[in-house]
Design a binder for this molecule. Structure first.
Ligand code: SF4
Ligand code: SF4
Length: 189
């Protein structure tokens, strides 16, 4: 696959901030592309993991936040486990995802950011994922409430989706984690 790397359009690249957010030193990447060859979504995306790292090396700025990999990445960490330099590309992509939301670059990726946001909100509220609430909030957000509902009764019947949220989670601990994360980003005091 030939990857075209565009010239940066912003003066200050994102490398430093991404390194700080992810705790990853990108300087040791030597572009062997083992991350890309193992990535399960690289064939479907326009941008691939090694390209993201290379563009950061070359000083890419906010234009990098348009990369489709940011929202199609499964956080499976295959890239990390295959990297001979132990570069955690999944953490790098996670940092870019946060920046994309902050800079409102995420709207270009369809409803994926909405699903991401509803997922986080249900974890914050219930201490764990609560699929039913997440899907209802997501569908309200998309305005397409009745689409894909035909499988719902079978999922309930087979126990693939619970009507009520889990009760075992320590909600207070999870809320504290969210608050700490938001404080570290300066979202709340
Ligand atoms: S596997 Fe590691 S060293 Fe190789 S291109 Fe990917 S990030 Fe760079
Ligand atoms: S974590 Fe994301 S980028 Fe890395 S291999 Fe998995 S899907 Fe690809």
């Amino acid at each position: 696959m030939t990857v075209m790397i565009k010239k940066p359009t912003t003066e200050n690249g994102l490398r430093k901030i991404v390194e700080e957010m992810s705790g990853v030193d990108l300087g040791t990447c030597y572009q062997c592309k083992k991350c890309t060859s193992g990535c399960p979504v690289a064939r479907l995306t326009k941008s691939v993991p090694s390209e993201i790292i290379r563009r950061l090396h070359l000083g890419a700025g906010n234009e990098l936040l348009d990369s489709d990999l940011i929202w199609m990445c499964l956080s499976c960490e295959t890239c990390y486990s295959r990297c001979p330099m132990q570069i955690n590309t999944a953490a790098v992509i996670d940092a870019l995802r946060v920046l994309a939301v902050e800079k409102k670059a995420a709207v270009q990726q369809g409803n994926v950011p909405l699903m991401n946001s509803m997922f986080l909100k249900t974890v914050e509220s219930f201490g764990r994922t609560y699929d039913l609430a997440m899907i209802m909030a997501y569908k309200l957000g998309t305005g397409s409430i009745m689409s894909d509902t035909e499988k719902f009764p079978a999922m309930l019947q087979k126990g693939k989706m619970a009507l009520l949220p889990h009760t075992g989670a320590d909600k207070q601990v999870v809320k504290r984690i969210f608050k700490k994360s938001q404080q570290s980003k300066g979202i709340v005091k």
